[in-house]
Design a protein around this ligand. Structure first.
Ligand SMILES: *Cc1c(COP(=O)(O)O)cnc(C)c1O
Length: 369
């Protein structure tokens, strides 16, 4: 069996470092925030080339607070994409603002920058590009449009730890960057976790207050805040794991190169790393008109795959009130019908990648597409 991800393999590979870090944290009793979380904030911000990091309890909270810190609320519009995990849209709605969708570019799977300006209205306050699958959105045009229209740029980098756009780490290109440490992400906690990074000291101050009940100091609540604090344990664990992120990302990229070589020539569209992109391959997404058959046959051969994502956000029941319809975002809708994700995690072996590719070759030869 080749799983889609293998969290156990990764834990075993770093058990010698993780276990003492966990025991130390228990001994310190710094169960919420504390010195390990503070150290992680500095280390992760430096890793992203950002001025500071604000650790929170989930990636969704990171997005929610980033929007609030940027002053976004009821009556405002935020431009984003429907081809993403639902959390991107949910966070916009939490603030009372309205998500306004722009279709994706079908090659990069990120926001089509040529369609952003047409979506801007007098209510638009921010652009929220998603660095989907580990591929950065095309940030130069996004920043240029944002500056011209006086908009804030908040990056959803939940799938893109360590990704680079023209040599710059994502998260620090826009005004605020948001990361998730959900266990399956490229940098995953052993529970929930998230981080906001920014180089704006005003945002930093507001974000720190908002994640901890809006307190300026204990029991002085200057903002209506939230309980969005990170656990001490996750801070200790993520500090250990951050030291391995470069090597893990290189391993993902090597698997992607091997997949690309072995799948070339098959009737299957492999992912394109854009010329501006250092792609972190959170997932390795291929596409086919015969997606459902391919997935089922792979499953029969013990190979797990995923779909990111089968239903675009604008067609989800929960977001029907946004007023969108089938046909509004053709590239997103086509991708939702055709994409699927092959096993991808650092501990995957070249032999396993070969097995997946061989299976696909056999299945595609039989399906005869
Ligand atoms: C995972 C994810 C989130 C949310 O992160 P959580 O930590 O699960 O709350 C937001 N956006 C994208 C694109 C994601 O993949």
């Amino acid at each position: 069996m080749i799983p889609f991800v293998d969290l156990k393999a990764q834990y075993l590979s770093i058990k010698d470092e993780i276990d003492p870090a966990v025991l130390n944290l228990l001994d310190s009793t710094q169960f919420i925030l504390g010195s390990e979380v503070a150290a992680l904030e500095s280390e992760f911000a430096a890793y992203c080339n950002a001025g500071s990091g604000i650790a929170v309890n989930t990636g969704t909270s990171a997005l929610h607070l980033a929007l609030l810190a940027a002053g976004i609320g009821a009556g405002d519009e935020v431009i984003s994409v429907p081809h993403t995990f639902v959390a991107t849209t949910a966070a916009i709605c939490y603030t009372g603002a309205k998500p306004v969708f722009v279709d994706i570019d079908p090659v990069s799977y990120t926001i089509d920058v040529t369609k952003i300006e047409a979506a801007i209205t007098s209510r638009t306050k921010a652009i929220l590009p998603v660095h989907l699958y580990g591929q950065p959105a095309d940030m130069d045009p996004i920043m240029e449009i944002a500056r011209r229209h006086n908009l804030v740029v908040i990056e959803d980098a939940a799938q893109a730890h360590r990704s680079e756009y023209k040599g710059r780490r994502v998260g620090s290109i826009g005004d605020i960057g948001c990361f998730s440490f959900y266990p399956g992400k490229n940098l995953g906690a052993y529970g929930e976790g998230g981080m906001v990074v920014t180089s704006n000291p005003d945002y930093d101050r507001t974000l720190r207050m908002l994640r901890d009940w809006g307190q300026e100091k204990r029991y002085h609540h200057v903002l209506k805040g939230y309980n969005y604090r990170m656990d001490g344990l996750q801070g200790a664990i993520l500090r250990v794991k951050l030291r391995h992120l470069d090597a893990w990302t290189e391993a993902r990229r090597a698997h992607a190169v091997q997949y690309n070589q072995l799948l070339a020539g098959l009737d299957l569209v492999s992912p394109t790393a854009m010329p501006y992109s250092y792609h972190a391959y959170h997932v390795y997404v291929v596409r086919s008109g015969d997606r459902d058959t391919l997935q089922q046959k792979l499953q029969e051969q013990g190979i797990q795959t995923g779909i990111h994502y089968p239903i675009p956000v604008h067609l989800q029941t929960a977001y029907a009130d946004l007023g969108y319809q089938a046909g509004d975002f053709p590239h997103t809708e086509q991708a939702a019908k055709e994409v699927f994700s092959l096993p991808m995690y650092p501990e995957l072996t070249p032999a396993q990648v070969q097995t997946v590719a061989t299976s696909l070759q056999g299945i595609l030869a039989k399906v005869g597409v």
